[in-house]
Write a protein that binds this ligand. Structure first.
Ligand code: PEP
Length: 252
């Protein structure tokens, strides 16, 4: 059995004070919730304060990116050990990073390996754009992204990776993908590819989230799909009551 995991990607939102307020509110609301892992991913500037606000609560912390090098002249970047000082998770290869900051599959694979070397759990984002979707290229594209992401990663480390299947056309658009189609893509293209690489046992152990306009009014349909192990949430993670509803939907 895979423990569902729901992560909030706050993107470039929340000052330190706002991050602390949201975290405190989530902590109170989630105190009795169990059986689902919750992860908050604030901007770098709010990581330390969010960690403090989480305190002893069972809520994970993740950064939204990191560099793969250990240190050096990389102005503006943050290293794996810096992230690991504060976080247990790191989002890698989000489509906004790929689209606006030139991230590539090869670079994200280096980041994934660096993350595992620092005992961080990478949440690796994959997903097709609208043209690829319309052209029927989703399965091949997503399978290829998964292959690149796991290059050089051991089966033991692979089990500790989380994948977020996020069709680019569904992110922030209000147009979520069809839950049954997502279930099929994860089962065939993502878990099928993982099974080719690592075998069925490891493939079955890797958690795969769905991301793309998940909201309180559509979350139940995703949560009942057997291949969907949680959600990566943007917009609806910025308000405590909405995010709590999403977390609760994935409780067993
Ligand atoms: C995301 O940015 O990963 C995301 C899924 O955003 P939203 O929930 O706003 O579509």
């Amino acid at each position: 059995m895979r423990t569902p995991i729901v992560a909030g990607n706050w993107k470039m939102h929340k000052t330190v004070a706002q991050a602390v307020e949201l975290t405190r509110s989530l902590r109170r609301a989630l105190v009795d919730v169990s059986g689902v892992e919750v992860v908050l991913c604030p901007p770098f500037t709010a990581l330390a304060a969010t960690r403090e606000a989480i305190g002893p609560a069972k809520i994970g912390l993740g950064s939204q990116d990191m560099h793969f090098e250990e240190q050096g002249a990389f102005t503006g970047e943050v290293s794996p050990s810096m992230v690991a000082e504060l976080c247990q998770f790191v989002i890698l290869g989000h489509s906004e990073r790929r689209q606006y900051f030139g991230e590539t599959d090869a670079g994200d694979n280096k980041k994934a390996r660096a993350a595992r070397a620092h005992n961080l759990t990478p949440i690796i984002c994959v997903g097709e754009n609208l043209d690829q979707n319309r052209a029927g290229e989703t399965a091949a594209w997503v399978g290829g992204q998964v292959r690149s992401a796991f290059e050089g990663i051991s089966p033991e480390d692979a089990s500790r990776v989380v994948i977020a299947y996020e069709p680019i056309w569904a992110i922030g658009t209000g147009l979520a993908a069809e839950p049954a189609e997502v279930n099929q893509i994860i089962g065939v293209s993502i878990r099928g590819t993982l099974s080719d690489i690592f075998g069925e046992t490891v493939a079955q152990s890797i958690r795969v989230q769905y991301g793309g306009s998940v909201k309180p009014d559509n979350v139940a349909a995703f949560a009942i799909q057997p291949e969907i192990d949680g959600a990566l949430v943007g917009g609806a993670s910025l308000k405590s009551d909405r995010f709590v509803e999403l977390v609760k939907a994935f409780t067993p």
